[in-house]
Design a protein around this ligand. Structure first.
Ligand SMILES: [Zn+2]
Length: 395
């Protein structure tokens, strides 16, 4: 992990956009700092208490791409060991035979047996997808979730939302989702106030999921770093610098902790409703907190979409967590980029060490394999999804 520290220092220098002043051989003294104090920007600690700037200009966060010299066994896993159900599918439009065939060809390559389409659409848009799929020879490779429109929550909203949910489930939806992060972050009520995740006006809807025996797949909040100041200590500095809409750190904005409290209030208030917390509930960086959530709320399961960088940097703790909570975790990928799935297979199935993740802006660190046992893999890959989402194809 010392290596990461070095990288961060390099990154921070670059991020400052400073042209580091080259020091000649006669000026190698550097800057002294008191014990425990950080080095000034543009320098790194070369001896205890002594900070020095590199003689050469430091590369930027984007351009520093060291090649690892580590030689260690590599086990690439292009295809999952067991057939997988992806509960967090965003395959795009599936209303034509060509689009369906294209996605199925990629699924075959990866050993994805079933994709649960979680595009949060309802009514006509939902039925168009359901019709296209039922006319396809590949109908048993997909199931579809419906959506909820959280705009204009007020008198009469819950009755309309529940009626729409009834109709969507009757049409063939196997649940609802993915309810987007906008719910909680920025959807407003007609009076202009933020629609809180635990707004009591929504209670009849959460109850309806229990009555219909379908799960609700909810994405609440964002990685906690997105709510923190955008400075050079932020692990997601690059992502936040790239995507302004992910900066949830403005004064007056809802905080990560407020959203977690609201979400947990809903989990607590509706114990008979099955909730799937997208992205591990954003607790993959704090597995103790994830454990607390799963212990407190037996009606909640999690999926692993877009948090592989947190599992893969703590492979031993993640392994033990997956063994302990093997009935509560499901595979989900989120963004449908077929080339990215094998990174998940490799982290879950192998004990490979120190390998690259697929997006530098998510994680500048390396991944390690968790080496999960087959019994756990089978549950995470498919069996848990079959239990939580009724009506998934067998086998
Ligand atoms: Zn998603």
């Amino acid at each position: 992990m010392h290596r990461s520290g070095l990288v961060v220092t390099g990154l921070a220098v670059a991020a400052l956009g400073m042209a580091v002043v080259a020091q000649g051989p006669g000026m190698r003294g550097g800057t002294r700092v008191a014990p425990g104090q950080p080095c000034p920007p543009g320098t790194t600690e070369t001896r205890p208490g002594n900070c020095q700037a590199p003689e050469l200009p430091a590369p930027s966060i984007l351009d520093y791409r060291p090649k690892s010299t580590l030689v260690t066994p590599e086990h690439l896993v292009p295809k999952a060991k067991f057939p997988v159900i992806d509960v967090h599918g965003h395959p795009g439009n599936l209303t034509t035979p060509e689009a369906i065939n294209r996605v199925v060809a990629e699924m075959d390559r990866l050993n994805l047996g079933v994709m649960v389409v979680a595009e949060n659409v309802s009514g006509d848009r939902l039925t168009r997808t359901l019709q296209a799929l039922s006319a396809s020879p590949h109908k048993d490779r997909f199931r579809v979730m419906s959506g909820v429109d959280f705009r204009n929550v007020g008198p009469g909203w819950a009755e309309r939302a529940v009626a729409q949910l009834d109709a969507d489930v009757k049409a063939g939806a196997v649940g609802v989702g993915e309810i987007s992060k906008a719910f909680g972050l920025n959807i407003r009520k007609p009076d202009g106030s933020r629609l809180k995740v635990d707004d009591p006006a929504l209670d009849p809807l959460w109850q309806a999921f229990a009555r219909l025996d379908v799960p609700v797949f909810v994405h609440t909040a964002e990685p906690q770093e997105f709510f923190q100041p955008l400075d050079y200590t932020n692990e997601r500095w690059l992502e936040l610098a790239l995507f302004p809409s992910r900066r949830n750190n403005q004064p007056g904005q809802v905080t990560f902790e407020e959203l977690m409290t609201e979400r947990n209030n809903v989990f607590r208030r509706h114990p008979k409703t099955r909730f799937i917390a997208a992205h591990f509930g954003w607790h993959a960086n704090d597995l103790g907190r994830a454990a607390k959530m799963l212990d407190e709320f037996p009606n909640v399961t999690v999926e692993v979409g877009a948090i592989l960088y947190d599992l893969g940097r703590q492979p031993r703790a993640a392994h033990d967590f997956f063994v302990k909570y093997q009935d509560r975790i499901m595979f989900g990928k989120d963004s449908f980029q077929p080339d990215e799935y094998p990174y998940y297979w490799r982290v879950f199935e192998t004990t490979d060490e120190y390998f690259d993740y697929y997006r530098d802006y998510h994680a500048f660190w390396k991944l390690y394999g968790m080496g999960l046992p087959d019994t756990v893999l089978k549950k995470v890959y498919a069996d848990n999804a079959r239990r939580v989402i009724k009506g998934l194809p067998r086998g």
